[in-house]
Design a protein around this ligand. Structure first.
Ligand code: SF4
Ligand code: SF4
Length: 629
């Protein structure tokens, strides 16, 4: 880890301590799946409580008449040991049943034999502990009142007060100690290394917004510059620690839309493959072995397809119980491929060229950017104009894509109807750089970020409303790294507020509407309630099974809007989930989701209208309110 590149993780100590309490001690993320969470919690909490018994057993193994001062004599502690030993045993049995009978698909590719051995060792540890205590009670050697340890007391009935039990008492305590030592010796060589690393990894996990990507620094001396991750020494220390912490639980794989649609990418196997390479090359790197050349991570650890399959939806990161940051790994692998090897899917080359040349991924002239607003009387902010109360950041999709434009027009009508003082930048707005950044082209992203920040700052903008969750995320979470600090809201948040304040009077409809959460809105930025408020204001909401922070991607994130999709299609899968609710309308709050899910619905042949929440809201306003006839 000392070889790892630096990354700042010493800030925000209170949040880190809170994460430690919630995620490690409280097992919050594991409880997202109740039964396996309960099984893990029983074993984990049991081990915390039983920890002093290791010391007690070691003392007892050396001297059968000695124990830990004070604690070894406490009845309450003996009771806790009995209760938790039984809980751990139940947890181990349940874990075996899950693994051997239920066999969830998420374990596919994990080291199952290792897990079985570890579970057997844990069962051995608690069984020998109970039998040791029982034999001591039978011999009258218990330092604690026997009535406080009901299970051991009951088991003591199996033993007589004789020489055989005296021998068995020694056998049990030594077996107990030796299994623990075997367990500890085996630990670093197995996936259960996470017992030692997980709590530390959680502490050093990201505390900021999930959608933010750590910028690369191009203003440092060349030897300190980093261009993503090409080989093991390019990884940051946190990325290395991530690989040591993976428990191979497969929770990330289970929620990954790429894996679910038959792509090569499995976030679990990605982390395991990186770990294998770190372990394989680590010793030689640490020794600075003469002539040792680390192998490229791509295609040595993972293939190019694995790197490009990701839609940066963040479902894996959210699910991971040990705070592994898969998206950061993938973006760093992409950065190296793009910036150092000029290696990326050929179909996205045009998009990168268009962002660079035309300032938008559609390659359209910037002069056409405000065409959608022509008949709506929207103010276009010219240099030197007074700043509006709120700047409407339209985004490239809503500016140039026919289907997405409707949402921009609806939003503008609604803002006007509510009397909001707003303006757009028109041709001076350029791509935020999000698709270039998610593709790994950090140069291109930073060039656009700096240009946009200069425009916004010159215009005196303080508050922005963004239609596109990707723009919303970049403007709100990433531009502050380049000197752009604004209050950024999503149009669904602002519109919901206007409805709440009575500035937009709506009439509720009867149509069943299901709302699809965009990953960059719900998961990365916690915007969940506001779009639903709009849906409730205009129709009858019906929830999909995967919603809110556990939403399923539309398939466009991570610059996939401009990539060919291999294997099954994510948008069709999601569109089918929406159709299964029986809703007539699929509400969205993202231009990419609009296009992707509309395509998905058409491909599936379903009768489902896809519309932005702003459009649904505008339709429920009286015509005179929006100035339409
Ligand atoms: S970010 Fe989404 S697509 Fe990428 S690995 Fe994670 S779950 Fe899979
Ligand atoms: S990365 Fe996290 S969620 Fe995925 S298998 Fe490893 S520990 Fe489990």
């Amino acid at each position: 880890m000392r070889l790892g590149k630096p990354v700042e993780r010493s800030d925000d100590v209170p949040k880190r301590i809170r994460n430690e309490a919630e995620i490690v001690l409280g097992q919050r993320k594991l409880f997202q799946r109740f039964l396996p969470g309960l099984v893990h919690a029983a074993i984990f909490w049991g081990f915390l409580v039983l920890f002093p018994t290791i010391l007690i057993a070691m003392i007892g193994a050396v001297d059968k008449d000695a124990t830990l001062p004070w604690l070894g004599h406490q009845g309450w502690f003996a009771l806790m040991v009995d209760v938790f030993a039984v809980l751990v045993l139940c947890g181990v049995i349940a874990a075996f049943v899950i693994r051997k009978v239920q066999r969830p698909a998420r374990f596919e590719g994990s080291h199952l034999g290792e897990a079985d051995l570890i579970l057997a060792l844990i069962a051995g540890i608690v069984t020998t502990l109970l039998l040791w205590h029982a034999s001591r009670i039978a011999l009258g050697m218990n330092e604690w009142p026997a009535s406080w340890s009901p299970v051991s007391d009951e088991l003591s009935g199996l033993f007589a007060d004789n020489g055989t039990t005296e021998v068995l008492e020694r056998v049990f305590v030594w077996a107990h100690v030796l299994i623990i030592l075997t367990f500890l010796a085996y630990l670093p060589h197995s996936k259960h290394l996470h017992i030692a690393t997980a709590a530390i990894n959680v502490y050093f996990g990201r505390t900021g917004p999930g959608g933010r990507i750590e910028p690369l620094r191009f203003d440092v001396p060349e030897e300190e510059m980093r261009f993503g991750a090409g080989t093991v020494p390019d990884l940051t220390w946190k990325q290395m620690f991530d690989t040591f912490s993976c428990t191979e639980c497969g929770r990330c794989q289970d929620v990954c839309p790429a894996f679910a649609t038959g792509k090569e990418l499995s976030p679990k196997l990605l982390i395991m493959a990186l770990r294998d390479q770190v372990f394989e090359e680590g010793p030689a790197l640490v020794r600075s072995a003469e002539g040792f050349e680390p192998q490229p991570l791509v295609p040595n650890a993972v293939t190019d397809n694995v790197v490009w399959d990701c839609v940066t939806c963040g479902a894996c990161v959210r699910e991971c119980p040990v705070s592994i940051e898969h998206v950061d790994h993938i973006i760093d692998l992409r950065r190296h491929l793009v910036m150092m090897d000029a290696r990326f899917p050929s179909e996205s080359e045009q998009m990168l060229r268009d962002v660079e040349r035309a300032s938008n991924p559609w390659g359209k002239p910037q002069t056409e950017r405000a065409d959608w607003a022509e008949e709506l009387g929207v103010r276009v902010l010219e240099p030197g104009d007074p700043a509006p109360e709120v700047l409407y950041w339209v985004g490239c999709a809503a500016s140039f894509d026919e289907r997405a434009r409707t949402a921009a027009q609806s939003t503008a009508k609604l803002l006007k109807a509510a009397g909001v003082d707003f303006a757009i930048l028109g041709p001076r707005e350029s791509c935020t750089g999000d698709p270039a950044r998610r593709m790994g082209n950090e140069y291109l992203f930073q060039a656009h970020a700096e240009q946009n920040v200069a425009t916004l700052n010159d215009a005196g903008v303080t508050k922005i409303v963004a239609s596109c969750p990707h723009c919303f995320n970049t403007l709100g979470n990433e531009y502050s790294d380049f000197g752009g600090r604004y209050e950024v809201v999503h149009h669904s948040e602002l519109l919901a507020e206007l409805v709440r304040d009575g500035r937009l009077a709506t009439s509720a409809g009867e149509q069943p509407i299901t709302y699809h959460d965009s990953c960059y809105l719900a998961r990365h930025n916690d915007v969940i309630a506001d779009p639903r408020e709009i849906v409730e204001a205009v129709g009858k909401p019906v929830e999909m099974e995967r919603s809110g922070k556990r939403t399923f991607c539309c398939g466009a994130g991570g610059a996939h809007m401009w990539m060919e999709e291999r294997a099954g299609l994510i948008n069709e899968k999601r569109a089918a989930e929406a159709a299964a609710t029986g809703a007539e309308t699929l509400a969205v709050a993202c231009p990419f989701c609009t296009v992707m899910l509309d395509d998905g619905v058409r491909a599936n042949g379903d009768e489902l209208r896809v519309a932005d929440v702003s459009t649904l809201l505008a339709e429920r306003l009286p015509p005179e309110a929006t100035g339409t006839t």
